[in-house]
Design a protein around this ligand. Structure first.
Ligand code: ATP
Length: 454
């Protein structure tokens, strides 16, 4: 069952410490959110799953972690300075600013006035002064996508890894866009994280690889728990394509507010490497490049016939925050337990769960039970499965309810039987079935190793 409303998710996120409004005590900063104690775990787990599938499980992809601050020239030659903008209309009455395509019947969406300016381009990049002198000449940008550094570091990566086509460079990191109307919680924000792969292929092979990556990425999302019936693949019409793209698929997800883009998979052709390369005339480019007198490098690679070519690139680009929202939406379940009882349970895949195991004492502040709990926790940590949380609440029912809500797959309860009988044993409660199993403490590590290896 998909979450009924965004309000339910927002409320759970705040109540249980997943996501908070940034600068909350000062009234918030619009379109900016902070990840709380459990949100940071969930987000890290999603990023780790992506990195693992891209960089560790394959042998044709390298990683990169580049800076957020970006030289103005990079974003000039990438085309973002000129074209990364939305046409905006201002309302002269209420002073509101709106995307021109959001104006209906020529009326201000805020106050209804028809006294509107003509649409004007509004650049979405955050410009910032770099260096001690703020004279307007020394500026750069916060990157609006992580991809550009992959292109500008292309030659360094190829030279240091001796890669041949096809191969990819993967990167996860923050991006910034001055969205006009941030909305729908963490769906459209001004500071967000992207996980981007630039997969370089021989010219002419691009359409084949575009199809391959579309299939791969849908499979990956299914492995994160999204049901296929909640995913849609949208082919962007030619007139809606980004300035760098020849074709683009959007992987859309049924968010609480509607079916919307979760990940874009673009065929960026040789546009970016072409724009950032020197001596473009010699490179037989297919895209329309800016003339580039500033670049010092030819961003090319030698192909199978020892000819220097500028590769084409396929880019699966996922929004990490939208990913967090999607997996939470899918996992959020309200279950009727009968007799007027119900529970909220976050049925996250175990590799995504913020807390893997909670160790809970049956009785609060009982020294013997607590010390056994600590011993068990420390032992389980050695498995490297992620966060193992130790409780000292003494209220088992409440602890189970809380861990159901945050998606903890297993709760281990240490009771008097554990410490008084031989062999020592504990109960393990399964989040989804609520079934309890008695397991000997000596077998716990193997039990959990098998459980989390599945
Ligand atoms: P949209 O059409 O929703 O504005 P986009 O097509 O501009 O998105 P891309 O440039 O393709 O987005 O960026 C790749 C991914 O980065 C998107 O699929 C999305 O998941 C994420 N993303 C882009 N903009 C935002 C944002 N403002 N807030 C959160 N995630 C974003």
């Amino acid at each position: 069952m998909v979450a009924k409303s965004m309000e339910q998710l927002v409320s759970l996120c705040k109540r249980r410490g997943f996501i908070f409004q940034n600068s909350d005590i000062y009234g918030g900063l619009q379109g900016v959110y902070d990840y709380g104690p459990l949100g940071v775990e969930l987000k890290n787990n999603l990023k780790a799953a992506w990195w693992r599938s891209m960089v560790y499980e394959r042998d044709d992809i390298e990683g990169l972690d580049s800076a957020i601050l970006t030289n103005q020239k990079v974003l000039h030659y990438s085309g973002h300075e000129d074209t990364f903008s939305d046409p905006m209309t201002d309302c002269r009455k209420c002073k509101g600013r709106f995307r021109a395509d959001h104006i209906k019947d020529g009326k201000c969406p805020n106050c209804g006035s028809v006294d509107l300016t003509d649409p004007r381009p509004f650049n979405l990049m955050f410009k910032t002064n770099i260096g001690p002198v703020d004279d307007g000449a020394n500026f750069g940008y916060l990157r609006p996508e992580t991809a550009q550094a992959i292109f500008t570091q292309f030659k360094n990566v190829v030279d240091s890894t001796s890669r041949k086509l096809p191969f990819g460079i993967a990167q996860i990191g923050k991006s910034f866009r001055n969205e006009i109307t941030p909305r729908n919680f963490i769906f459209r924000v001004r500071e967000f994280e992207q996980a981007e792969l630039e997969y370089f292929v021989a010219p002419g092979e691009d359409e084949k690889w575009h199809e391959i990556w579309k299939e791969e990425r849908v499979k990956w999302w299914e492995n994160q728990g999204l049901k296929r019936e909640n995913i849609n693949i949208y082919t962007t019409p030619k007139n809606d394509l980004a300035h760098y793209a020849k074709a683009c698929y959007d992987i859309e997800y049924q968010f609480p507010h509607g079916m919307e883009e979760l990940e874009g998979i673009a065929n960026r052709t040789d546009y970016d490497l072409g724009n950032h390369t020197k001596a473009q005339d010699e490179m037989n480019l297919t895209s329309n490049c800016h003339k580039n007198p500033d670049s010092t490098q030819k961003l090319c690679i030698s192909d199978d016939n020892n000819k220097w070519v500028i590769p084409f690139v396929i880019e699966p680009s996922m929004g990490v925050d939208r990913g967090v929202l999607a997996v939470m939406t899918e996992a959020y379940t309200e279950e009727d337990l009968g007799e007027g009882n119900s529970r909220i349970v976050l049925k996250l895949k175990k590799h995504l769960a913020p807390i893997k195991v909670a160790v809970i004492p049956l009785k609060k502040n009982n020294e013997q039970i607590m010390s056994k709990c600590k011993e068990i926790k420390n032992n389980l940590l050695k498995l490297g499965i992620g966060r193992v949380a130790l409780e000292n609440t003494g209220n088992i029912g409440k602890a189970y309810r809380r861990h159901d809500e945050v998606g903890t797959p297993l709760c281990i309860t240490v009771d008097f039987e554990t410490i008084e009988q031989y062999p020592e044993s504990v109960t393990i409660r399964d989040r989804d079935t609520m079934k309890q199993t008695r397991v000997n403490v000596a077998d716990l590590k193997d039990y959990l190793r098998n459980y989390f290896a599945e």
